[in-house]
Design a protein around this ligand. Structure first.
Ligand code: GDP
Length: 146
């Protein structure tokens, strides 16, 4: 089934000039990029987005990193896009990500938070994250129409 996912190139990916390469990989999987933006985030949106890790000791470093430069938020659409994008990205720790995945090829093997890209972990979270980062109000359960 076709679905939406929320993808975000992190500041390290933008700084390394990987935006074009990542877009190519997304397209080569057959996914569409429905919306695309380039911006700097604020602390408030990050605290919401990373509520599940906000109390971890590494969060202040992670937050500083995420605020350090531009990010590229995207809405990606396609067949099993949530899992398909997670497969394209590779696991959280770049040191454990296989060659051929975005994190395996470009992530920092020593610094865990510098893993180039974010992708939603479920269809429901994807819709929540799309609403948060694109300031949309969606009717969950129905397709988004652009
Ligand atoms: P994801 O879904 O693969 O992005 O992983 P999580 O939701 O668990 O973590 C969110 C983000 O926090 C990850 O993508 C990393 O950038 C960062 N992160 C997760 N675990 C660690 C850690 O142990 N140390 C550091 N420095 N960063 C981490």
């Amino acid at each position: 089934m076709k679905e939406y996912t929320y993808i975000m190139i992190k500041p390290d990916g933008v700084r390394m000039g990987l935006t074009e390469e990542i877009i190519k990989r997304i397209h080569s999987k057959g996914f569409e990029i429905k919306l695309f933006d380039v911006r700097k985030l604020d602390g408030e949106i990050l605290d919401e987005h990373y509520a599940h890790i906000k109390d971890k000791p590494f969060y202040p470093t992670m937050k500083e990193f995420m605020l350090s430069d531009y990010v590229v938020p995207m809405i990606v659409y396609g067949e099993n896009a949530v899992q398909g994008m997670r497969d394209l990205m590779g696991p959280t720790k770049s040191s454990e990500a296989p060659v051929g995945t975005i994190r395996g090829d470009y992530g920092n093997k020593e610094v865990i938070n510098e893993n180039v890209i974010h992708g939603s972990d479920s269809r429901e979270n994807a819709l929540i994250e799309i609403e948060r980062f694109f300031n949309l109000k969606l009717n969950h359960g129905e397709d988004i129409i652009f």
